[in-house]
Write a protein that binds this ligand. Structure first.
Ligand SMILES: [Zn+2]
Length: 205
């Protein structure tokens, strides 16, 4: 049974603001491009059935979350979101946080993904990683493919413990590309950029 969606469990210092994409045109262009890549990624995983729908208080959302490292932190899908309708403004800038204090600092029109702590923990543990994709596939979880590192234990999604288990598994993989299985939950692939992370994930399909 998939776990019920509970929204972010971390404490958030969140500022609601439209994306400014920073003042400098070059940075603005880069961030807009990163936002487009993430929207495309959401759609792709949804199309493959890897971002299943769930119901939340405000309607239907889709599971799975995607991020790209930025100069000041990372850009991640907001919550709740639906992969079929998300646009570049549905993404959130995470500027940092404190894993042990269950804290995330962010700016955007939505709250950052409920699994932002996991992304934060993996980026901290793996400095060469530039993008992370997280998807759900119960069938693949039944028989974890060779080369995929499974987390040591299970924890509720979105918790500090969950993030730490993921980061530990990611750290056990040498290099900047790899796939981990989050016991009883789903998968994470990472890469030096979003193309590499997507390739690592979609090779199973
Ligand atoms: Zn998940």
């Amino acid at each position: 049974m998939p776990e019920e969606y509970r929204g972010p469990r971390f404490e958030s210092r969140h500022t609601t603001a439209s994306p400014s994409y920073s003042a400098k045109p070059a940075i603005r262009k880069t961030e807009l491009e990163q936002r487009r890549l993430l929207v495309e990624c959401c759609r792709e995983f949804y199309k493959f059935g890897l971002s299943p729908e769930y119901t939340h208080a405000g309607g239907k959302g889709t599971a799975g979350n995607f991020s790209i490292r930025t100069k000041s932190g990372f850009l991640i899908t907001g919550t709740p979101k639906h992969a079929a309708t998300i646009d570049t403004e549905g993404l959130v800038n995470v500027h940092g946080g404190e894993l042990d204090k269950n804290k995330v600092i962010s700016t955007g029109l939505k709250l950052p993904s409920s699994e932002s702590l996991m992304h934060l923990a993996i980026y901290s543990a793996k400095p060469g990683v530039g993008a992370i994709v997280h998807w759900h596939d119960d069938k693949l979880l039944e028989k974890i493919p060779k080369g995929v590192v499974e987390t040591d234990g299970k924890a509720p999604a979105g918790t500090v413990e969950f993030a730490k288990l993921a980061a530990k598994a990611a750290q056990s993989i040498k290099g900047t590309t790899g796939v981990i299985a989050l016991k009883g939950h789903g998968f994470v692939a990472f890469g030096k950029d979003i193309d590499e992370a997507k390739r690592a994930a979609l090779k199973f399909y």
